[in-house]
Design a protein around this ligand. Structure first.
Ligand code: DQA
Length: 143
């Protein structure tokens, strides 16, 4: 089962960025542990700070991968292009946020992409990505 994880803007700074909100671990380190925990998945990771590159990656993976997990960062709250891209592809998408966006500023309470996603996880820290993998595992009981 092929799963693409996509992280959006500023998430390349995980581990250094606002550790009180996002924790101390880099995504690369967390991703290495995910690979160990979920050997049955073929896990791919992509990060970009550029909105159009996130759209391109959704198009690239959106027809032959089995699942996409996206943390679109701040574009979550602004991007009609990501909303449309997720709506355009066939692969199911799970939205993840490390922090609890509803416990933060009001501008973070609105997501433009949730309506096109299978579901959304927010506030579980990095573990949210693992919970999204559990969802895909549940969908495919052979794993
Ligand atoms: C975030 C929440 C967003 O509001 C913020 O812009 C981010 C990270 C999260 O993972 O908690 O960059 O998506």
């Amino acid at each position: 089962m092929k799963i693409q994880i996509i992280n959006g803007p500023n998430l390349n700074l995980l581990g250094k960025r606002e550790p009180g909100v996002y924790g101390n671990q880099s995504f690369e380190d967390f991703f290495a542990t995910l690979r160990q925990r979920y050997p049955a998945f073929e896990l791919h990771y992509y990060q970009s700070n550029v909105e159009g590159e996130l759209v391109n990656k959704l198009h690239e993976r959106g027809f032959d991968f089995d699942g996409i997990i996206i943390n679109a960062g701040a574009y979550t709250h602004t991007s009609v292009a990501l909303h449309d891209a997720i709506g355009a592809i066939r692969t199911p998408v799970v939205e993840v946020h490390i922090s609890n966006v509803y416990a933060r500023e009001e501008f973070r309470h609105k997501s433009l992409i949730t309506s096109k996603c299978a579901g959304m996880l927010t506030g579980f820290g990095m573990e949210g990505y693992a919970l999204a993998l559990e969802y895909f595992k549940h969908k495919s009981p052979a794993l």
